[in-house]
Design a protein around this ligand. Structure first.
Ligand code: FES
Length: 129
């Protein structure tokens, strides 16, 4: 599977994703870019204990979104993300799959930054620029 940056309709560096007010703690904000296109790009931002993390919403197992219903991204114990198709489980902090058919792989992390009470796509970490 391609890195998120190379997928069609991936967000550009500096692109506005949401307002901080859109997200309550322990909740997710889902966004679909180019929803009418053949290749919509789905992502979600999770807020946990005041920290925001953004992931591409694509299961590394089959390449489909983790959820079929809005915001149904959490395991029943609310400790991990879960794919509702074959139940792979992923860490909140790094998207690593700890259990399921894609165990050992990870959700794609989209780097973000917060400014002006909003969340934007940041330049890729480790790019050296
Ligand atoms: S598609 Fe997600 S676990 Fe199979």
């Amino acid at each position: 599977m391609k890195p998120w940056k190379e997928e069609k309709n991936a967000p550009a560096t500096g692109q506005l994703l949401c307002q901080l007010a859109d997200l309550a703690d322990s909740e997710v904000f889902e966004l679909t870019l180019a929803p009418e296109s053949k290749y919509p790009f789905r992502l979600f931002i999770h807020k946990q204990e005041g920290r925001y993390r953004c992931f591409m919403n694509r299961c590394p197992h089959f390449g489909i979104p983790l959820n079929m219903q809005p915001r149904q991204l959490f395991s029943t114990d609310k400790q991990q993300f879960i794919c509702s198709t074959h139940y792979a489980r992923f860490n909140f902090h790094d998207g690593f799959c700890t259990e399921g058919p894609c165990e050992g792989s990870s959700l794609e992390v989209i780097p973000i930054e917060t400014r002006n009470a909003a969340i934007y796509v940041a330049a890729a970490a480790g790019s050296g620029h």
